[in-house]
Design a binder for this molecule. Sequence first.
Ligand SMILES: [Zn+2]
Length: 230
Amino acid sequence: MQGLYKGIQKFQKIYFDKERESFARLSRGQSPDVLFFSCLDSRVNPNLLTQSELGELLIVRNVGNIIPPYISSSSHKICTAAAIEFALLILKVRYIIVCGHSDCGSLKALYYDEKEFADMPNLKEWLDIISHVKGRVVRKGNAATSEKRKEMTEKEHIIVQLENLLTYPLVERAIREKRVKLQGWYYEIGTGEVYAYNWSKKMFEKINGSRNKEKELAGPYLREPCLCPL
Ligand SMILES: [Zn+2]
């Protein structure tokens, strides 16, 4: 804990002092362009990962970056739904990113036995929202090793969360009207690489800065009549 107190002092004396103008501007409001869903994992830092500045990402973090479907019980979805309303209607963000990551402890817990959740009923209820991800991984096959199954689960989970996002009427409408674009990212902690889901090719592709064409990593997310090349 002492390290955190020292960190505050360091932040104020070194960082804040150099950035006084930025903080003065930020103190008057924010206009982030991106709503960013991420896991609460301590190794994932969206601003560090994207080298973005304060005020650029509106970040929602929870256990396993889960986006409950719109039809979920209100207690499950209320944080996500509130964030979507705030982001789309008040801040008018133009992008929504769902970022999963490698070695996700929340997704490992998907495979726990019932008894391992004895003292964690809330975690169990939360993970039950995505229990079908396991079945989708099995149906895709090729999970020859536990490592492979882990990676497949982490990636399939991102696709499911993108699909869940589309169950929110506000998101669906914003995409249909081309006001918002969605992307699913997979961050590999051990290599620093980030992959984006390509819906046309149904696979994750490495993000390579300007070589990636945004269009290639986007839609179609919606069923007919609107096949959006975003
Ligand atoms: Zn995680």
